[in-house]
Design a binder for this molecule. Structure first.
Ligand SMILES: [Zn+2]
Length: 407
């Protein structure tokens, strides 16, 4: 058995996490209020709070207002008492690293790119370990305050074992990330699929705060989703719950990277967007895209199409509107599978919100089954490009504060 630092284990007392999470969600709170909210006895609250103060996790702040008499001392989380590292491993070979405090504030960032061409699993793990060691080293004395590393990994992930089961763009299979990194770094490692991590991040820090049931769709090179139903993140029997990109929306549709025909991903991903634009260009339709890519159509991508659309380019606007309509079909299916209170769209394609959201709202209003579901809140992620990174950080935070991975 290897040694894992104790911070995680220390948090395992239910009352402790209950009190910690109550302080976190309230921001600042007096002891008496904690007792009321948690239904724990005042002496229990006092004991545990004293323990948390001794460990520097909780601090006393300025007195609150009180109607006469002594003003109560307020407690809050000491954000800088512990740190977490988040890692987001994207489809394109871009790896984002972030160091966060206990309030989810990212205090340090780094981006690395995998070398072009194929990388072996061994080289990949080596790059992760080297980068993480350098990042940890750069923290100085704060490295003693690290409690874990959360990893948002694209593709299929066994989050319990921390294994990247299948990462299509890197062609990795059954890579035991958790085991390898824990051995190299001697820190607790948590691994989750990127869309699922994003969903958790949204509930904690984004547009999903306060939602019990929410679906977060990541639309970029691939299309995946994290489904939180009644407060629980769904994994399914074989880790593929939420793979909405491979739900089939047209039996005679184009071939998908998975080998099937007509998957949502084959219509709505960044790649599908590019292909539709190229088809129109090949048919001779004029567009500022021709100038923008200087004749090299390989350079046409989602970002370029979005920029052109902003300039009023009708081809690009059409392509984005159509993507919105395809996404709307996928979203309608999701809505009728899960009936979430909110649907959040993240990933690169979500940047084009002003072109894709309208057709989505329109179709959902028209086609959803009930008056309330017609008005399901559908927004883009406010966490932006760092959504999955924030999610990766939340994997560790949620364990510290709630003992449950998703809430
Ligand atoms: Zn597919």
């Amino acid at each position: 058995m290897m040694h894992i630092p104790g911070s995680f284990q220390l948090m395992k007392s239910l009352n402790r996490t209950l009190i910690l999470n109550t302080i976190r969600t309230k921001g600042v709170i007096p002891r008496s209020e904690i007792a009321k909210l948690t239904k724990l006895t005042p002496p229990t609250v006092t004991n545990i709070v004293n323990e948390l103060i001794r460990e520097d996790l909780v601090v006393e702040t300025e007195p609150g207002t009180s109607s006469g008499g002594r003003k109560p001392i307020l407690l809050s989380i000491n954000g800088k008492a512990r740190f977490i590292i988040g890692v987001d491993i994207g489809v394109s070979g871009k790896i984002r690293f972030g160091v966060s405090d206990l309030n989810g504030q990212i205090v340090k960032r780094e981006v690395k790119h995998l070398p072009n061409g194929s990388t072996s699993e061994k080289e990949f793990v080596k790059l992760l370990v080297t980068s993480l060691r350098a990042l940890i080293g750069s923290l100085g004395s704060d490295k003693e305050k690290l409690i874990g590393v959360g990893i948002a990994m694209h593709g299929m992930v066994d989050s319990e074992q921390g294994i990247a089961l299948w990462a299509p763009s890197l062609k990795f299979k059954d890579l035991p990330l958790k085991e390898e990194l824990e051995r190299a770094l001697n820190l607790p490692i948590r691994v989750e699929n990127d869309a699922k991590a994003l969903a958790i991040g949204e509930v904690w820090f984004g547009n999903g705060q306060g939602e019990e049931s929410l679906v977060c769709i990541n639309v970029g090179e691939g299309v995946g989703a994290g489904v939180i139903l009644d407060g629980k993140l769904l994994h399914g029997n074989d880790h593929i719950a939420g793979e909405v990109g491979h739900t089939i929306i047209d039996l005679s549709g184009p071939k998908c990277s998975c080998g099937n025909y007509g998957c949502l991903q084959a219509f709505a991903s960044g790649q599908a967007l590019k292909e539709r634009a190229l088809k129109e260009l090949a048919l001779g339709r004029s567009s500022v895209l021709q100038e923008k890519c200087k004749g090299d159509f390989d350079l046409v991508d989602g970002r370029l199409i979005y920029e052109a659309a902003l300039e009023g380019d009708s081809l690009s606007i059409d392509v984005l509107h159509q993507t919105g309509r395809y996404l709307a079909v996928g979203i309608l299916n999701i809505l009728h599978f899960y009936n979430p209170g909110r649907i959040i769209i993240g990933g690169g394609v979500s940047k084009a919100e002003r072109f894709i959201l309208e057709p989505i709202h329109e179709l959902v209003k028209k086609r959803a089954l009930t008056p309330r579901s017609k008005n399901t809140r559908i927004t883009v992620s406010e966490l932006g490009e760092e959504g999955s990174l924030v999610g990766a950080i939340t994997l560790v935070l949620s364990e510290l504060f709630t003992q449950s991975i998703s809430r």
